[in-house]
Design a binder for this molecule. Structure first.
Ligand SMILES: [Fe+2]
Length: 173
């Protein structure tokens, strides 16, 4: 994601020449935010290449012990005026999401769109830490405004407030 105060990479893809060139052309990377332990891939190579700071929640940080910034507890942490990191334990203990500008919610493996069901979806069968915690994390997200859900797996979608509220309700009923 390009930003005047430094670019962000959300979860790490494989390190490839094409991608490195394309990131370089856009001014490199300031932060690499890892939503959780599963999708760290080549983050260390990207971090080294661009002198970027790696961010992960401490509960998942065994996957990237060298991470420069570790989130702690459940309180959201803001970076500049546009970026908010929100811990969302459930899929893993240290899962967190990134809210950009009250508009784009990068959800990792916490929340996605299902084309088949034509609705939001959370992955109960791929929930490694606690489904109960995941539901609680989803309820906490009701405090925040966002328009787009951008997941690590599954489909992205523009989602209305009402859609998200009824989805959260369906999880807890
Ligand atoms: Fe995952």
């Amino acid at each position: 994601m390009e930003h005047g105060e430094g670019n962000w990479l959300v979860d790490s893809p494989r390190f490839s020449g094409h991608l490195v060139q394309s990131i370089s052309r856009r001014g490199g990377l300031k932060y690499i935010f890892l939503t959780h332990e599963d999708d760290v891939a080549d983050c260390n190579r990207f971090a080294e290449k661009f002198s970027a700071k790696r961010i992960i929640h401490e509960a998942d940080s065994h996957a990237v012990p060298q991470a420069e910034i570790k989130l702690r507890g459940y309180e959201p942490v803001s970076f500049g005026k546009d970026f908010l990191l929100i811990p969302t334990p459930g899929h893993t203990k240290g899962h967190a999401v990134l809210l950009y500008g009250e508009k784009f919610l990068f959800t990792g493996d916490h929340l996605a769109w299902s084309r088949k069901r034509r609705s939001l979806v959370a992955f109960r069968e791929y929930c490694w830490y606690s489904w109960k915690e995941l539901v609680r994390s989803m309820e906490r997200l009701l405090e925040f405004k966002f328009e787009w859900v951008l997941p690590g797996h599954g489909y992205r979608a523009r989602v209305s407030r009402e859609e998200f509220e009824s989805f959260v309700k369906s999880l807890s009923s």
